[in-house]
Design a protein around this ligand. Structure first.
Ligand code: G
Ligand code: MN
Length: 283
């Protein structure tokens, strides 16, 4: 599931021009890509505290495609990874700016960025410029970096985070707890938020050993004073079990399905707990 992400790209060599890369470029120009938004809620109250922007591709032949289906190609095409990242940040800022001006709550928005793109020299400046262009404060932007082999190390050495920090931009590490998660570097990583991979929640609370793993991780992150988002909260039983950690933030189908309507997400009532069997996605 980790691949349902903007993934790490290789910055070596010239971009590989394969069919999918070119089709994505054409799709970007043709307006086939858009964002869906999902709420992130406080465990104790259900209150909405922020949102995440998720990339979607409405393909004329295949219909709605999730990032899993097409973002592998960014591993081989560094230029496309930059273009898609700019598209996502630009659209997220534009839509949040419009919502704020229309009177909806000014809550932070998270965007998924491959670490290799975030590590590029002018990345922080570019994000700042896009934010200002749409009249929103950089403090409202949260850069979610997927865990790759290098992410924890980059975050620990602060080469990537220093310019983002100076701009006031927030940083999250996504899908923590699977893949390359480094406990050795956890105390050194310069991040505001750790997002726990939804796989950790699959058998919770039914299985005691699975519950013990996530309980242990939450206790550890709490000791470290890190903000935590638990992803993949799909059932009322999971949400109730997670109330043991009142300050933890929760994201998942139990609270809301991703939707193209950011204003509707921002206006969700405090007890936004909705049944998980809503229609899949609306735009
Ligand atoms: O890892 P990341 O947070 O970027 O993943 C977001 C993806 O997870 C989105 O594409 C979204 O549709 C999906 N998603 C959101 N909530 C849930 C959930 O509760 N369960 C599952 N299986 N997927 C979810
Ligand atoms: Mn994410």
């Amino acid at each position: 599931m980790q691949s349902e992400q903007l993934r790490q790209t290789q910055t070596t060599g010239t971009p590989v021009r394969n069919g999918l890369s070119d089709r994505i470029r054409a799709g970007l120009r043709a307006g086939e890509f858009h964002l869906a938004f999902q709420g992130i809620h406080e465990s104790r109250t259900g209150r909405l505290v922020s949102t995440e922007a998720l990339l979607r591709w409405t393909h004329p032949d295949y219909g709605l495609l999730l990032p899993d289906a097409f973002l592998e190609v960014l591993d081989e095409d560094a230029e496309l990874a930059v273009d898609i990242t700019h598209f996502v940040i630009d659209r997220a800022c534009a839509q949040l700016g419009a919502c704020i001006r229309a009177g909806h709550p000014a809550l932070p928005i998270a965007v998924n960025v491959p670490p290799s793109v975030a590590a590029q020299e002018n990345f922080a400046t570019e994000v700042e410029q896009i934010a200002h262009m749409h009249g929103i404060a950089p403090e409202l932007i949260d850069i979610e970096l997927i865990e790759t082999e290098d992410t924890a190390r980059i975050l620990a050495t602060r080469v990537l985070t220093r310019p983002l920090r100076e701009s006031g931009i927030r940083i999250s590490i996504d899908d923590f707890g699977t893949g390359y998660s480094s406990l050795a570097l956890l105390s050194e990583m310069d991040v505001d938020t750790v997002k726990l991979a939804r796989e950790l929640l699959t058998f919770v609370p039914a299985r005691q050993r699975a519950s013990a793993v996530i309980a242990g991780i939450l206790a550890l992150l709490d000791d470290l004073g890190m903000r935590v988002v638990v992803e993949g909260v799909e059932t009322a039983a999971q949400a109730r079990w997670l109330e043991q950690w009142p300050n933890v933030l929760l994201q998942g189908f139990h609270f809301s399905r991703p939707t193209g309507d950011l204003a509707a997400v921002l206006d969700a009532p405090p007890s936004a707990s909705r049944p998980a069997n809503l229609p899949f996605e609306s735009h």
